[in-house]
Design a protein around this ligand. Structure first.
Ligand code: IMP
Ligand code: MG
Length: 369
Protein backbone atom coordinates (compact mmCIF):
# COMPACT_ATOMS: atom_id res chain seq x y z
CA UNK A 1 0.00 0.00 0.00
CA UNK A 2 1.19 3.54 -0.72
CA UNK A 3 0.02 7.02 0.21
CA UNK A 4 0.07 9.97 -2.20
CA UNK A 5 -0.99 13.31 -0.76
CA UNK A 6 -4.07 12.42 1.30
CA UNK A 7 -5.00 9.12 -0.37
CA UNK A 8 -4.10 5.45 -0.02
CA UNK A 9 -3.55 3.17 -3.01
CA UNK A 10 -3.13 -0.60 -3.15
CA UNK A 11 -0.95 -2.63 -5.50
CA UNK A 12 -2.84 -3.47 -8.65
CA UNK A 13 -0.78 -4.26 -11.78
CA UNK A 14 2.79 -5.53 -11.48
CA UNK A 15 5.79 -4.51 -13.60
CA UNK A 16 5.77 -7.96 -15.18
CA UNK A 17 2.13 -7.69 -16.23
CA UNK A 18 2.75 -4.24 -17.70
CA UNK A 19 5.82 -5.48 -19.51
CA UNK A 20 3.87 -8.39 -21.00
CA UNK A 21 1.05 -6.09 -22.12
CA UNK A 22 3.50 -3.67 -23.77
CA UNK A 23 5.16 -6.58 -25.55
CA UNK A 24 1.80 -7.87 -26.84
CA UNK A 25 1.00 -4.41 -28.20
CA UNK A 26 4.40 -4.11 -29.86
CA UNK A 27 3.93 -7.51 -31.52
CA UNK A 28 0.47 -6.66 -32.76
CA UNK A 29 1.36 -3.21 -34.05
CA UNK A 30 4.64 -4.16 -35.70
CA UNK A 31 2.86 -7.02 -37.37
CA UNK A 32 0.19 -4.68 -38.77
CA UNK A 33 2.60 -1.97 -39.90
CA UNK A 34 5.09 -4.30 -41.53
CA UNK A 35 8.05 -2.46 -43.07
CA UNK A 36 6.78 1.07 -43.24
CA UNK A 37 8.31 3.50 -40.78
CA UNK A 38 5.58 4.59 -38.40
CA UNK A 39 5.39 7.75 -36.34
CA UNK A 40 4.46 7.03 -32.76
CA UNK A 41 2.82 10.01 -31.09
CA UNK A 42 2.84 9.91 -27.32
CA UNK A 43 0.36 11.99 -25.36
CA UNK A 44 2.17 13.75 -22.54
CA UNK A 45 2.57 13.67 -19.64
CA UNK A 46 1.14 10.30 -18.74
CA UNK A 47 2.47 8.26 -21.66
CA UNK A 48 6.19 8.93 -21.27
CA UNK A 49 6.98 5.59 -19.60
CA UNK A 50 4.78 3.58 -21.91
CA UNK A 51 6.24 5.23 -25.02
CA UNK A 52 9.76 4.70 -23.76
CA UNK A 53 9.26 0.99 -23.05
CA UNK A 54 7.21 0.55 -26.23
CA UNK A 55 9.80 1.96 -28.65
CA UNK A 56 12.63 0.11 -26.90
CA UNK A 57 10.78 -3.11 -27.71
CA UNK A 58 9.74 -2.06 -31.20
CA UNK A 59 11.72 -4.32 -33.54
CA UNK A 60 12.02 -2.00 -36.55
CA UNK A 61 12.87 1.63 -37.31
CA UNK A 62 10.30 4.13 -36.10
CA UNK A 63 9.92 7.82 -35.30
CA UNK A 64 8.70 9.18 -31.98
CA UNK A 65 7.14 12.50 -31.18
CA UNK A 66 4.86 13.93 -28.50
CA UNK A 67 1.94 16.23 -28.07
CA UNK A 68 0.99 17.52 -24.70
CA UNK A 69 -2.61 17.66 -23.56
CA UNK A 70 -4.02 18.11 -20.11
CA UNK A 71 -7.50 17.17 -18.95
CA UNK A 72 -7.34 15.63 -15.51
CA UNK A 73 -7.71 17.46 -12.26
CA UNK A 74 -7.25 15.45 -9.08
CA UNK A 75 -9.34 12.30 -9.47
CA UNK A 76 -11.69 13.44 -12.24
CA UNK A 77 -11.50 13.73 -15.98
CA UNK A 78 -12.65 17.10 -17.29
CA UNK A 79 -14.16 18.15 -20.62
CA UNK A 80 -11.85 21.09 -20.77
CA UNK A 81 -8.73 19.86 -22.54
CA UNK A 82 -5.77 22.18 -22.90
CA UNK A 83 -3.47 21.81 -25.87
CA UNK A 84 -0.12 22.65 -24.35
CA UNK A 85 2.21 21.48 -27.10
CA UNK A 86 0.73 20.65 -30.50
CA UNK A 87 2.12 18.85 -33.50
CA UNK A 88 5.51 20.18 -34.50
CA UNK A 89 6.12 18.17 -37.65
CA UNK A 90 4.38 17.41 -40.92
CA UNK A 91 2.78 13.98 -40.77
CA UNK A 92 1.03 13.90 -44.13
CA UNK A 93 1.13 10.51 -45.81
CA UNK A 94 2.50 8.83 -42.68
CA UNK A 95 1.24 5.91 -40.65
CA UNK A 96 0.57 7.39 -37.24
CA UNK A 97 -0.06 5.46 -34.05
CA UNK A 98 -1.18 7.41 -31.01
CA UNK A 99 0.30 5.99 -27.82
CA UNK A 100 -1.88 6.78 -24.83
CA UNK A 101 -1.24 5.71 -21.26
CA UNK A 102 -4.92 5.48 -20.42
CA UNK A 103 -8.31 6.11 -21.98
CA UNK A 104 -11.01 7.01 -19.53
CA UNK A 105 -13.92 9.18 -20.74
CA UNK A 106 -12.39 9.53 -24.21
CA UNK A 107 -12.37 13.35 -24.04
CA UNK A 108 -8.65 13.50 -24.66
CA UNK A 109 -9.09 11.19 -27.61
CA UNK A 110 -11.64 13.49 -29.29
CA UNK A 111 -9.11 16.28 -28.96
CA UNK A 112 -6.50 14.05 -30.60
CA UNK A 113 -8.89 13.43 -33.50
CA UNK A 114 -9.51 17.15 -33.79
CA UNK A 115 -5.76 17.77 -33.97
CA UNK A 116 -5.30 15.18 -36.71
CA UNK A 117 -8.39 16.03 -38.75
CA UNK A 118 -6.54 18.19 -41.26
CA UNK A 119 -3.20 16.45 -41.17
CA UNK A 120 -3.74 14.20 -44.19
CA UNK A 121 -2.06 11.26 -42.51
CA UNK A 122 -2.19 7.98 -44.38
CA UNK A 123 -3.52 6.14 -41.33
CA UNK A 124 -4.34 7.09 -37.74
CA UNK A 125 -4.50 4.34 -35.16
CA UNK A 126 -5.07 4.49 -31.45
CA UNK A 127 -3.15 2.38 -28.97
CA UNK A 128 -3.74 2.67 -25.26
CA UNK A 129 -2.01 0.73 -22.52
CA UNK A 130 -4.90 1.02 -20.06
CA UNK A 131 -8.57 1.33 -20.90
CA UNK A 132 -11.61 1.83 -18.66
CA UNK A 133 -14.54 0.48 -20.73
CA UNK A 134 -17.12 1.51 -18.12
CA UNK A 135 -15.97 5.14 -18.28
CA UNK A 136 -15.59 5.42 -22.06
CA UNK A 137 -18.29 7.66 -23.57
CA UNK A 138 -17.15 8.02 -27.20
CA UNK A 139 -17.48 6.00 -30.39
CA UNK A 140 -13.92 6.24 -31.68
CA UNK A 141 -12.42 2.87 -32.34
CA UNK A 142 -9.55 1.86 -30.09
CA UNK A 143 -7.29 -0.23 -32.32
CA UNK A 144 -4.94 -1.60 -29.68
CA UNK A 145 -5.70 -2.02 -25.99
CA UNK A 146 -3.15 -3.30 -23.48
CA UNK A 147 -5.12 -3.92 -20.29
CA UNK A 148 -8.79 -3.27 -19.56
CA UNK A 149 -9.36 -2.05 -16.02
CA UNK A 150 -12.42 -1.26 -13.90
CA UNK A 151 -13.52 2.33 -13.54
CA UNK A 152 -11.28 3.15 -10.60
CA UNK A 153 -8.54 5.70 -10.31
CA UNK A 154 -5.00 4.37 -10.77
CA UNK A 155 -1.51 5.77 -10.41
CA UNK A 156 2.00 4.72 -11.42
CA UNK A 157 3.79 3.98 -14.66
CA UNK A 158 3.35 7.54 -15.85
CA UNK A 159 -0.05 8.17 -14.26
CA UNK A 160 -0.32 10.63 -11.43
CA UNK A 161 -2.57 11.85 -8.67
CA UNK A 162 -2.03 15.60 -8.48
CA UNK A 163 1.53 15.33 -9.67
CA UNK A 164 2.64 12.33 -7.61
CA UNK A 165 3.03 8.69 -8.62
CA UNK A 166 4.25 9.02 -12.21
CA UNK A 167 7.64 7.57 -11.29
CA UNK A 168 6.30 4.29 -9.86
CA UNK A 169 7.26 1.28 -12.02
CA UNK A 170 4.02 -0.59 -11.27
CA UNK A 171 0.39 0.47 -11.05
CA UNK A 172 -1.65 1.10 -7.90
CA UNK A 173 -5.40 1.46 -7.49
CA UNK A 174 -7.24 3.88 -5.23
CA UNK A 175 -8.48 1.99 -2.17
CA UNK A 176 -12.27 1.68 -1.91
CA UNK A 177 -12.03 2.63 1.73
CA UNK A 178 -9.21 4.78 3.00
CA UNK A 179 -7.18 4.10 6.12
CA UNK A 180 -9.34 2.43 8.78
CA UNK A 181 -8.84 1.08 12.26
CA UNK A 182 -11.27 -1.78 12.76
CA UNK A 183 -11.64 -3.44 16.11
CA UNK A 184 -13.45 -6.48 17.36
CA UNK A 185 -14.35 -5.77 20.95
CA UNK A 186 -14.82 -8.51 23.50
CA UNK A 187 -15.44 -8.66 27.17
CA UNK A 188 -17.27 -10.92 29.58
CA UNK A 189 -20.55 -9.68 31.03
CA UNK A 190 -19.75 -6.93 33.51
CA UNK A 191 -16.39 -6.05 31.95
CA UNK A 192 -17.57 -2.57 30.99
CA UNK A 193 -17.55 -3.16 27.26
CA UNK A 194 -20.46 -0.82 26.54
CA UNK A 195 -18.96 2.03 28.54
CA UNK A 196 -15.55 1.64 26.93
CA UNK A 197 -16.97 1.24 23.41
CA UNK A 198 -18.61 4.63 23.87
CA UNK A 199 -15.26 6.24 24.81
CA UNK A 200 -13.41 4.57 21.91
CA UNK A 201 -16.07 5.65 19.49
CA UNK A 202 -15.67 9.27 20.50
CA UNK A 203 -11.89 9.37 20.88
CA UNK A 204 -11.14 7.69 17.55
CA UNK A 205 -14.25 8.67 15.68
CA UNK A 206 -15.17 5.05 15.04
CA UNK A 207 -18.57 3.65 14.17
CA UNK A 208 -19.85 1.21 16.78
CA UNK A 209 -21.60 -1.74 15.17
CA UNK A 210 -23.41 -3.74 17.80
CA UNK A 211 -24.81 -6.80 16.07
CA UNK A 212 -27.75 -6.90 18.45
CA UNK A 213 -28.67 -3.31 17.57
CA UNK A 214 -28.26 -4.00 13.86
CA UNK A 215 -30.63 -6.97 14.10
CA UNK A 216 -33.22 -5.01 16.06
CA UNK A 217 -32.96 -2.10 13.61
CA UNK A 218 -33.46 -4.32 10.54
CA UNK A 219 -36.35 -6.22 12.06
CA UNK A 220 -38.07 -3.12 13.36
CA UNK A 221 -37.75 -1.35 10.02
CA UNK A 222 -38.77 -4.48 8.15
CA UNK A 223 -35.83 -4.36 5.77
CA UNK A 224 -35.50 -7.29 3.39
CA UNK A 225 -32.64 -8.67 5.49
CA UNK A 226 -34.58 -8.04 8.69
CA UNK A 227 -37.56 -10.00 7.39
CA UNK A 228 -35.29 -12.78 6.24
CA UNK A 229 -33.62 -12.96 9.65
CA UNK A 230 -36.99 -12.94 11.35
CA UNK A 231 -38.24 -15.83 9.23
CA UNK A 232 -35.48 -18.01 10.69
CA UNK A 233 -36.00 -16.73 14.23
CA UNK A 234 -39.75 -17.40 14.03
CA UNK A 235 -39.00 -21.01 13.16
CA UNK A 236 -36.63 -21.16 16.12
CA UNK A 237 -33.65 -21.54 13.79
CA UNK A 238 -30.32 -19.77 13.89
CA UNK A 239 -29.98 -16.90 11.45
CA UNK A 240 -27.44 -18.00 8.81
CA UNK A 241 -24.10 -16.17 9.01
CA UNK A 242 -24.53 -14.82 5.50
CA UNK A 243 -27.62 -12.87 6.54
CA UNK A 244 -25.75 -11.30 9.44
CA UNK A 245 -22.75 -10.55 7.22
CA UNK A 246 -25.06 -8.91 4.67
CA UNK A 247 -26.47 -6.69 7.41
CA UNK A 248 -22.98 -5.76 8.60
CA UNK A 249 -21.98 -5.10 5.01
CA UNK A 250 -24.84 -2.63 4.72
CA UNK A 251 -23.67 -0.88 7.91
CA UNK A 252 -20.09 -0.69 6.64
CA UNK A 253 -21.24 0.68 3.29
CA UNK A 254 -23.43 3.27 4.97
CA UNK A 255 -20.29 4.51 6.72
CA UNK A 256 -17.68 4.04 4.00
CA UNK A 257 -15.94 7.27 5.04
CA UNK A 258 -15.57 6.22 8.66
CA UNK A 259 -12.21 6.11 10.41
CA UNK A 260 -13.06 2.55 11.31
CA UNK A 261 -15.51 0.27 13.08
CA UNK A 262 -15.93 -1.35 16.45
CA UNK A 263 -17.57 -4.73 15.96
CA UNK A 264 -19.44 -5.79 19.01
CA UNK A 265 -21.24 -9.12 19.29
CA UNK A 266 -19.73 -10.51 16.11
CA UNK A 267 -17.87 -12.71 15.28
CA UNK A 268 -18.78 -15.53 17.62
CA UNK A 269 -17.35 -18.44 15.66
CA UNK A 270 -14.37 -19.19 13.48
CA UNK A 271 -16.54 -19.24 10.39
CA UNK A 272 -17.92 -15.81 11.28
CA UNK A 273 -14.41 -14.45 11.90
CA UNK A 274 -13.40 -15.69 8.46
CA UNK A 275 -16.51 -14.17 6.91
CA UNK A 276 -15.73 -10.85 8.60
CA UNK A 277 -12.16 -10.94 7.27
CA UNK A 278 -13.55 -11.54 3.82
CA UNK A 279 -16.03 -8.68 4.17
CA UNK A 280 -13.30 -6.26 5.25
CA UNK A 281 -11.03 -7.48 2.48
CA UNK A 282 -13.74 -6.76 -0.08
CA UNK A 283 -13.68 -3.19 1.24
CA UNK A 284 -9.87 -3.01 0.83
CA UNK A 285 -9.69 -3.03 4.60
CA UNK A 286 -9.00 -5.39 7.50
CA UNK A 287 -9.63 -6.15 11.16
CA UNK A 288 -6.70 -4.59 12.99
CA UNK A 289 -7.25 -5.98 16.44
CA UNK A 290 -9.40 -8.10 18.68
CA UNK A 291 -9.44 -6.33 22.00
CA UNK A 292 -10.66 -8.33 24.97
CA UNK A 293 -11.25 -6.84 28.37
CA UNK A 294 -9.91 -9.23 30.97
CA UNK A 295 -11.48 -9.19 34.40
CA UNK A 296 -11.24 -11.69 37.21
CA UNK A 297 -14.42 -13.80 37.60
CA UNK A 298 -14.96 -12.79 41.24
CA UNK A 299 -14.83 -9.10 40.38
CA UNK A 300 -17.30 -9.65 37.53
CA UNK A 301 -19.68 -11.44 39.85
CA UNK A 302 -19.49 -8.61 42.39
CA UNK A 303 -19.97 -5.93 39.70
CA UNK A 304 -22.98 -7.69 38.18
CA UNK A 305 -24.64 -8.38 41.52
CA UNK A 306 -24.24 -4.71 42.35
CA UNK A 307 -25.67 -3.71 38.97
CA UNK A 308 -28.57 -6.13 39.60
CA UNK A 309 -29.50 -4.27 42.77
CA UNK A 310 -30.37 -1.17 40.72
CA UNK A 311 -30.86 -2.30 37.11
CA UNK A 312 -33.65 -4.74 37.83
CA UNK A 313 -32.16 -7.09 35.20
CA UNK A 314 -33.12 -10.59 36.30
CA UNK A 315 -29.95 -12.16 34.89
CA UNK A 316 -27.87 -9.79 37.03
CA UNK A 317 -29.53 -10.86 40.27
CA UNK A 318 -28.68 -14.53 40.51
CA UNK A 319 -25.09 -15.51 41.25
CA UNK A 320 -25.26 -18.91 39.60
CA UNK A 321 -26.77 -17.44 36.44
CA UNK A 322 -23.99 -14.85 36.43
CA UNK A 323 -21.29 -17.49 36.82
CA UNK A 324 -22.85 -19.48 34.02
CA UNK A 325 -22.87 -16.48 31.68
CA UNK A 326 -19.21 -15.85 32.39
CA UNK A 327 -18.37 -19.52 31.79
CA UNK A 328 -20.30 -19.42 28.49
CA UNK A 329 -18.40 -16.33 27.44
CA UNK A 330 -15.00 -17.97 27.91
CA UNK A 331 -16.15 -21.14 26.22
CA UNK A 332 -17.29 -19.17 23.16
CA UNK A 333 -14.48 -16.66 22.90
CA UNK A 334 -11.57 -19.05 23.46
CA UNK A 335 -11.77 -20.10 19.79
CA UNK A 336 -11.71 -16.49 18.66
CA UNK A 337 -8.82 -15.67 20.93
CA UNK A 338 -6.91 -18.43 19.10
CA UNK A 339 -8.08 -17.18 15.71
CA UNK A 340 -6.86 -13.64 16.25
CA UNK A 341 -3.73 -14.67 18.16
CA UNK A 342 -2.70 -16.69 15.12
CA UNK A 343 -2.91 -13.46 13.10
CA UNK A 344 -1.05 -11.57 15.82
CA UNK A 345 -4.09 -9.42 16.45
CA UNK A 346 -5.20 -10.43 19.92
CA UNK A 347 -4.86 -7.80 22.61
CA UNK A 348 -5.92 -8.68 26.14
CA UNK A 349 -6.50 -5.55 28.18
CA UNK A 350 -6.67 -5.51 31.96
CA UNK A 351 -10.26 -4.54 32.68
CA UNK A 352 -9.84 -4.03 36.43
CA UNK A 353 -9.50 -0.63 38.05
CA UNK A 354 -11.24 2.66 37.44
CA UNK A 355 -13.07 3.44 34.20
CA UNK A 356 -10.41 6.05 33.33
CA UNK A 357 -7.56 3.61 33.91
CA UNK A 358 -9.14 1.04 31.63
CA UNK A 359 -9.82 3.66 28.96
CA UNK A 360 -6.16 4.67 29.06
CA UNK A 361 -5.05 1.07 28.59
CA UNK A 362 -7.37 0.66 25.62
CA UNK A 363 -6.16 3.89 24.05
CA UNK A 364 -2.56 2.75 24.43
CA UNK A 365 -3.35 -0.43 22.47
CA UNK A 366 -5.13 1.41 19.68
CA UNK A 367 -2.45 4.06 19.43
CA UNK A 368 0.11 1.28 18.96
CA UNK A 369 -1.75 -0.30 16.01
P1 IMP B 1 -10.00 10.92 -20.72
O1 IMP B 1 -9.82 12.20 -21.47
O2 IMP B 1 -11.13 10.97 -19.73
O3 IMP B 1 -10.07 9.69 -21.61
O4 IMP B 1 -8.76 10.74 -19.79
C1 IMP B 1 -7.50 10.65 -20.31
C2 IMP B 1 -6.49 11.28 -19.40
O5 IMP B 1 -6.94 11.41 -18.07
C3 IMP B 1 -5.31 10.40 -19.32
O6 IMP B 1 -4.38 10.73 -20.32
C4 IMP B 1 -4.76 10.65 -17.95
O7 IMP B 1 -3.92 11.77 -17.97
C5 IMP B 1 -5.98 10.98 -17.15
N1 IMP B 1 -6.51 9.79 -16.42
C6 IMP B 1 -7.60 9.06 -16.70
N2 IMP B 1 -7.79 8.07 -15.82
C7 IMP B 1 -6.79 8.18 -14.92
C8 IMP B 1 -6.43 7.43 -13.75
O8 IMP B 1 -7.07 6.43 -13.34
N3 IMP B 1 -5.33 7.84 -13.09
C9 IMP B 1 -4.59 8.92 -13.50
N4 IMP B 1 -4.89 9.64 -14.58
C10 IMP B 1 -5.98 9.27 -15.29
MG1 MG C 1 -2.64 10.96 -20.88
Amino acid sequence: MIKLHDLYFKTFISEEEIDAAVQRMVDEISNDIQDEIPVFVGILNGSFMFVSDFVKKYPKPCEVTFIKLASYEGLKSSEDIHRLIGLTQDLSGRKVVILEDIIDSGNTLSEVYRIFKNEQVDELKIATLFYKPEAYKKDFKLHYVGIEIPNKFIVGYGLDYNGLGRDLPSVYQLKTTQHMTNLVLFGPPGAGKGTQAEFLKNTYNLVHISTGDVFRFNIKNETALGMLAKSYMDKGELVPDQVTIDMLNAEVEKNADANGFIFDGFPRTNAQAEALDKLMDSKDSQINAMIALEVDDEILVQRLLKRGETSGRKDDADESIIRNRIKEYYKKTAILKDYYTAQDKYYGVDGEGSIEEITERLNAVIDSL
